[in-house]
Design a protein around this ligand. Structure first.
Ligand SMILES: Cc1cc2nc3c(=O)[nH]c(=O)nc-3n(C[C@H](O)[C@H](O)[C@H](O)COP(=O)(O)O)c2cc1C
Length: 205
């Protein structure tokens, strides 16, 4: 598939056929993801492929509990909002596979030579480690499309990231960034409305 075609075809897929995704396909998605650019070629990422249904359900339960614990505000919409978010944060449990993307926080060489701490430099540089992780996740989504799978990037489950990290037995130095749910699409939602390029673009010549 041409790259442009994959970019145009990609959309977030949230319902999947139950056919398993072969481990070699998942591994290839991870390999292609890891070819993304990263700050100072730090390649901060670490991936965990999960196809174990019990673990997926346990993780989804943790996420749901975390969302339930958030006190609702006074609005009439509060209850609906919570249940809607809960679905968008837990549907990964019904996917044949989930790839957890974690990263090692980037330490700039500047930290060794100036009196600004890690968090401040990271903030000033607009979180280059998270930007790197984002590039790698996008590669993964496009790789999935190219291999005729559907995928969805999920950050909502990260509300329970401490619990999820321990369930995934991640080493302490890694921070969970997102989940990517993968499978053969059951339903491809209608294409979203996209802004016209001229609406978002300014050219300075
Ligand atoms: C950083 C990021 C976090 C996202 N988190 C979630 C999520 O937690 N749950 C979900 O269902 N979709 C999530 N999405 C998917 C977006 O909702 C989706 O990309 C957006 O609605 C545009 O639709 P499209 O991907 O089909 O083009 C996320 C996307 C991004 C880039």
């Amino acid at each position: 598939m041409e790259l442009k075609q994959a970019i145009e075809k990609r959309s977030s897929i949230r319902t999947y056929k139950q056919d398993p995704v072969p481990p070699e396909d998942l591994k290839e998605m991870v390999r292609l993801a890891s070819l993304a650019p990263s700050v100072a070629n730090f390649q901060p990422w670490k991936f965990v492929i999960v196809t174990n249904k019990d673990l997926m359900r346990d993780m989804a339960r943790k996420v749901a509990r975390k969302i339930e614990e958030i006190p609702p505000n006074e609005s009439r919409a509060a209850k609906n909002v919570k249940s809607q978010v809960e679905w968008f944060a837990t549907f990964f449990q019904d996917a044949p596979a989930v790839i957890a993307v974690a990263m090692e926080p980037y330490e700039s060489v500047l930290e060794k030579g100036v009196v600004i701490d890690h968090d401040e430099i990271n903030r000033q540089r607009n979180y280059p480690d998270f930007q790197s992780a984002g590039a790698c996740i996008q590669n993964m989504l496009l790789a999935a499309v190219d291999m005729n799978y559907g995928a969805c990037w999920l950050s909502a489950p990260m509300m329970a990231k401490e619990a999820l990290s321990s369930m995934l037995e991640l080493e302490d130095k890694y921070q969970l960034v997102a989940f990517v749910a993968v499978g053969i699409p059951e339903r491809v939602p209608p294409k979203k409305q996209v802004k016209d390029v001229d609406e978002m673009l300014k050219i300075i010549e």
